[in-house]
Design a protein around this ligand. Structure first.
Ligand SMILES: *[C@@H]1O[C@H](CO)[C@@H](O)[C@H](O)[C@H]1NC(C)=O
Ligand SMILES: *[C@@H]1O[C@H](CO)[C@@H](O)[C@H](O)[C@H]1NC(C)=O
Ligand SMILES: *[C@@H]1O[C@H](CO)[C@@H](O)[C@H](O)[C@H]1NC(C)=O
Length: 298
């Protein structure tokens, strides 16, 4: 641990002292993404880059056709219609994925830099949380589809259970991703997956906590998860939601009052927006490399 701390403080010291002594006018560098993965991953990359750009006084720069711009219509990033800035940018990256890496967040800010990492830690954007929530506003088309799905589910439920007062109903969004993490190579890699028992306990927690509760159950789009849902997410208070598109589905989950997630990036964002009580699966990763091995690489 002490090695990491020394490296970080040393890096920071060099960075600070050089910015203090040079009297070069500060030209803001552009910070560019290297989009990797699907919606949940893209959101982490955007949010983290926004946080890193703020911290280093850089201009977050994306392309106007990037997938994320078709989902959210309030992004503050500079949107260009060409790649002239980003294609020549110097590349930069994290040492290890899914850790907060202060060196990845500390960038030579007068150059154009392309961040090549997943940046999957909330610590990269903790200081700009409100700005992130403002920017991740679903566009009108997604928003209206999503509201309709949510309202239809609630109306269908309360028209059967007529004694339930709608205003007291607590809606709990469930997002399960298991199937692809049960592959042999993923298990060998140290991934662990929530089982039926864990999910059942989580559901029962909300059943005992609230008088009126409705569960909206989503899974990943993998057929094994959809089948698993038919078998394990059942009950008169559970609605297995029709699969729409990832952006509509995450929007519905984000409007629920509480969340049950198996902790992958999609569920993480859904629960973050819902901002209620979240039950998540804690043991998603087994430590297969020791801290010493990580340090040896630095
Ligand atoms: C790229 O877009 C920017 C802003 O839209 C523009 O100023 C610049 O001239 C463009 N570059 C090329 C090579 O087209
Ligand atoms: C659940 O959330 C909705 C908004 O998404 C809100 O209108 C409703 O009052 C909440 N329900 C409860 C019981 O807090
Ligand atoms: C989330 O909920 C907490 C209270 O539980 C509240 O203090 C906070 O402002 C909420 N955050 C957002 C972004 O809505």
């Amino acid at each position: 641990m002490s090695i990491i701390v020394t490296v970080c403080i040393f890096g920071l010291y060099v960075f600070l002292s050089s910015t203090q002594t040079e009297i070069v006018p500060h030209i803001k560098g552009h910070l560019c993404p290297d989009w990797t993965g699907r919606l949940g991953n893209l959101m982490f990359q955007y949010a983290s880059l926004f946080g890193i750009a703020k911290r280093n006084d850089m201009v977050l720069t994306i392309h106007e056709d990037d997938e994320i711009t078709s989902v959210f219509d309030n992004l503050f990033a500079l949107k260009l219609n060409n790649n002239s800035v980003c294609e020549h940018a110097q590349t930069w990256g994290e040492m290890e994925p899914c850790l907060y890496d202060i060196l990845a967040a500390t960038i030579p800010s007068n150059r154009n830099v392309k961040q090549m990492s997943l940046l999957q830690s909330w610590k990269y954007f903790n200081h700009v949380e409100q700005a992130i929530k403002e920017q991740f506003r679903f566009n009108q088309k997604i928003e209206s589809k999503c509201q309709k799905m949510l309202n239809d589910a609630i109306i269908a439920f309360t028209s059967i259970h007529t004694k339930i007062p709608v205003e007291k109903l607590q809606v709990v969004g469930i997002h399960i991703r298991r199937g692809d993490y049960l592959d042999k190579d993923k298990i060998a890699h140290g991934y662990q997956t929530a089982d039926e028992e864990h999910i059942k306990k989580s559901i029962n927690y909300f059943r005992s906590k609230f008088n009126y509760v409705l569960f909206l159950a989503y899974t990943s789009y993998y057929w094994k998860d959809l089948l698993w849902r038919e078998k394990h997410l059942v009950g008169s208070d559970v609605v297995r939601m029709r699969v729409n598109s990832p952006e509509v589905d995450i929007c519905v989950l984000s409007k629920c009052n509480h969340s049950i997630i198996t902790v992958r990036s999609f569920g993480w964002w859904a629960a973050c927006f819902a901002n209620g009580t979240t039950i998540y699966y804690k043991n998603v990763a087994k430590l297969t490399v020791s801290i010493e091995m990580i340090l040896a690489k630095t």
